[in-house]
Design a protein around this ligand. Structure first.
Ligand code: BJW
Ligand code: ZN
Length: 270
């Protein structure tokens, strides 16, 4: 059934006031105003590569050095970035209404900015740049070391001219567990990999119970996250999208607020 779409902020606020179970689904666009490039925008390249060429198990198998350089760079960018008005508006909204309403943030982002802004009930769907996973024993650990290993010091520059020899595998980050020593990888869901079962289950539960869903700064093309808001809308939840441009999912939603979400979210959630 076709939805009559609105950009009326006061109508949105009435709906938000009445909602009891709210999901905020975010993507790279919310961190763009913090200086973190989106994936499918012009800044989505590192050297000559798009993330889709490096964020794969195959790329890590072929060149763990190149993939670690890419992540070392991304960890540095995320460390220097600060949560912006969009992240803060969401965290403030949760702090104010989180006891009266169920508020869940599901983010596809791996930059940790929602946590740093103060969001508490947060599901990181695609992992986190500051977590590692051992390829042998599978242990997941938080790691903010910079560089994560000596060999990565001064590496990872995005400029193609910065290309240097591969770092030997034994000099890349390794598991410190007694008698393991496996190669560590970023704890990130790469293309073609399944999402963590429990994480996906928590996200699906939140989506299946919510009566309102805000979709913020995502192109809605990567699955399974791309299905979440349309599924909520199909079930009768009110869905509002905040994006600088329409996406393939926009026609399914009740509200659409064009513009930078660092400006629209503080208005919508105040
Ligand atoms: C602003 C703004 C501002 C800018 N204010 N807005 C059908 C069903 C299931 C799976 C598939 C399927 N078809 C294909 C698949 C496979 C694949 C997939 O979806 N591919 C598509 C590209 C077609 N999915 C997977 O592989 C997933 N795994 C899986 O499904 O396993 C089962 C399976 C196995 C094998 C085969 C098939 C299925 C895993 C996906 C994991 C995604 N991982 C990534 C990489 C992380 C690497 C890293 O970060 O290092 O996660 S992909 C990349 O895209 C990243 C993001 O989280 C994700 C989503 O991107 P996002 O956030 O939407 O960013 P952008 O750049 O696309 O959009 C930014 C938006 O912001 C734009 O709309 C701007 O307009 C807007 N914006 N500034 C507001 N200031
Ligand atoms: Zn290990």
């Amino acid at each position: 059934m076709a939805i009559r779409q609105s950009s009326d902020m006061s109508k949105f606020k009435e709906a938000l006031k009445a909602a009891q179970d709210i999901v905020i689904l975010s993507g790279a666009g919310i961190s763009a105003e913090s200086g973190i490039p989106t994936f499918r925008g012009a800044g989505g390249f590192w050297r000559k590569f798009q993330a889709s060429a490096l964020a794969t198990p195959g790329a890590f198998k072929t060149s763990p050095s190149l993939v670690w350089e890419f992540y070392h760079y991304r960890r540095e960018v995320a460390t220097k970035a600060q949560p912006n008005a969009g992240h803060k508006a969401i965290a403030k909204f949760e702090a104010k209404y989180g006891k009266m309403k169920k508020i869940t943030v599901i983010t596809q982002n791996v930059d940790g900015l929602h946590i740093r802004a103060g969001s508490k009930n947060l599901i990181e769907l695609h992992g986190n740049l500051f977590k590692t996973r051992c390829t042998k024993c599978k242990e997941v650990l938080t790691n903010y070391d910079n560089p994560i290993c000596e060999a990565l010091a001064g590496r990872g520059a995005p400029d193609e001219k910065a290309v240097a020899e591969d770092i030997p595998e034994q000099a890349l980050p390794h598991c410190r567990r007694y008698s393991c020593g496996g190669l560590l990888r970023p704890h990130i869901v790469w293309f073609g990999e399944n999402l963590d079962y429990e994480v996906l289950q928590r996200a699906e539960e939140a989506i299946s119970s919510c009566d309102m869903c805000l979709v913020v700064g995502t192109s809605s093309v990567v699955y399974p996250a791309a299905m979440f808001a349309p599924q909520a809308a199909d079930r009768g939840a009110i869905v509002a999208e905040f994006n600088i441009e329409p996406t393939p999912a926009t026609p399914n939603f009740h509200f659409y607020f064009p513009g930078e979400c660092g400006k629209t979210l503080p208005l919508a959630l105040s």
